[in-house]
Structures are given as structure tokens and as C-alpha cells.
Design a protein around this ligand. Structure first.
Ligand SMILES: C[S@@+](CC[C@H](N)C(=O)[O-])C[C@H]1O[C@@H](n2cnc3c(N)ncnc32)[C@H](O)[C@@H]1O
Length: 215
């Protein structure tokens, strides 16, 4: 796949990530919007103390904010350079995030104390950066980290103006098909309106009752 994170992000790009993001967030704040929109969204679906898997956590921008709010956070990312920044941020929080260096296609919470996530968050253009070829396996693996009450929340740019240069556009129809293929169903966003999309595990149909044979 071309246009994935590894093709786009050289060392310089990684080193400047937080600075570029801070610049973007200044614009967000100037527009009167929350600079913690992703964490605010998690807060709509879960309460402090819940476990959040931050898939493609990068430098820990959202993970640390969630930890400050009192969530148990597992940040997973396959780029050790990004994770090094996340670890180094080391803020004063009651429960520090756990960092997993792993591809989303292999993420497995069995290796950490919480073995399911109440919320799986995949934010900040991670889904298109994983790429259409790898996404079905990644979504299936993320769904395995969820219980029937969990939700997956994701957000990403839908056109090249809202994606890193070189990243391929991920059409929402394709994404919907992949998410459904991973056993998740779209959950009505309710009061959050259409801007927020989230999915939960599709409930398994009850197995057919066993046939009773009488002599
Ligand atoms: C644009 S950054 C977003 C970081 C963070 N979510 C944020 O919003 O600040 C994309 C991140 O996705 C990670 N990523 C891309 N593909 C991945 C994969 N297949 N498995 C794990 N992480 C991946 C990259 O390493 C990178 O840290």
C-alpha cells in the first residue's frame, strides 16, 4: 500500500508532529472549538475509570488527555518514534497510560490488565493511514478487543484537503463495508448528531433451539 504512515512520515516529520498539531489546534481554539474534541467525545460514551484503547495513539496527544480525565488508557501504535514522544510526555496522572508498540492488525489487550476496551478510539486520520488493504484485518482485531457494550469511535478526513499529503482517501462507503465485515454495526449517534460516528459489536443472533426428537 502506498500513502501509509511509513511512506509519509520521515524522522523530521515525526519530530515536528506535536508542533504541527499545536499549530492546527491554535486555529481550532481560535474558532472557539474544543482542542480536546476527541477526548470530549469519548466522555459522551463512557465515564472516567473506563478503559479506552487509543488505536494509532501517535505521540499520545489524546491518550494523555484521557488519562488526565481519569480513564485507563492503552495507547497502541506501530511507530516506535511516535511512541517515544508519547512516553516522554509523562504527565502527572493517577493512572499512566500503557503503551503498546504494535500494528493494529495484531493489537491484543490480553497482555495488559484490562482485557477488553469499553471504548476503542481511532482518531486523527489513522484509518486512512492504515490503508484499505490492511484495514479489514485491523478492524477485525480491534473488534476482538471489545465487549457487547463497547463502542468504537473513529474520525478521519474524507478528502485530500483533510488528509496528510500523499495519504489515499478512504471512501466512507468502503469503510462502512469493512466495519460491518468486522462484526460491528453503526450505533445511532443520538444527541451527538451526525458529525459523530460510532459502532458497537453486532449482537450475535441467538443460536437456533436444538430440535427435539421424540420416539
Ligand atoms: C496522524 S498520526 C495520529 C496520531 C494520534 N491519533 C493523534 O490524533 O494525534 C497517525 C498514527 O497512526 C499510526 N498508525 C498508522 N498505521 C498504523 C497501524 N497499521 N498500526 C498501528 N498504528 C498505525 C502511525 O504510526 C501514527 O502514529
Amino acid at each position: 500500500m502506498s500513502g501509509g504512515w511509513r511512506e509519509i512520515a520521515d524522522d523530521e516529520n515525526v519530530a515536528g508532529y506535536d508542533q504541527r498539531m499545536a499549530g492546527n489546534l491554535e486555529d481550532v481554539a481560535a474558532a472557539g472549538l474544543s482542542v480536546h474534541a476527541e477526548a470530549d467525545l469519548v466522555d459522551e460514551f463512557a465515564a472516567p475509570g473506563a478503559t479506552v484503547l487509543d488505536g494509532g495513539c501517535g505521540t499520545g496527544r489524546i491518550a494523555w488527555r484521557l488519562a488526565e480525565l481519569g480513564y485507563r488508557v492503552i495507547g497502541a501504535d506501530n511507530d516506535p518514534r511516535m511512541l517515544a514522544h508519547a512516553r516522554a510526555a509523562d504527565r502527572e496522572v493517577a493512572i499512566k497510560p500503557v503503551w503498546l508498540e504494535t500494528d493494529l492488525a495484531h493489537v491484543d489487550l490480553a497482555s495488559v490488565p484490562d482485557d477488553t476496551a469499553d471504548v476503542v478510539l481511532v482518531a486523527g486520520n489513522v484509518m486512512p493511514l492504515v490503508g484499505a488493504d490492511e484495514l479489514p484485518a485491523s478492524l477485525t482485531q480491534l473488534a476482538k478487543q471489545m465487549s457487547q457494550d463497547s463502542v468504537l469511535i473513529s474520525g478521519f478526513g474524507l478528502d485530500s484537503d483533510h488528509l496528510p499529503s500523499g495519504c489515499e482517501v478512504l471512501a466512507l462507503t468502503n469503510f462502512d463495508r469493512m466495519v460491518t465485515g468486522a462484526g460491528l454495526e453503526l450505533r445511532p449517534a443520538g444527541a451527538l448528531g451526525r458529525a459523530a460516528l460510532c459502532w458497537r459489536l453486532r449482537r450475535q443472533r441467538a443460536p437456533p433451539s436444538p430440535a427435539i426428537h421424540t420416539a
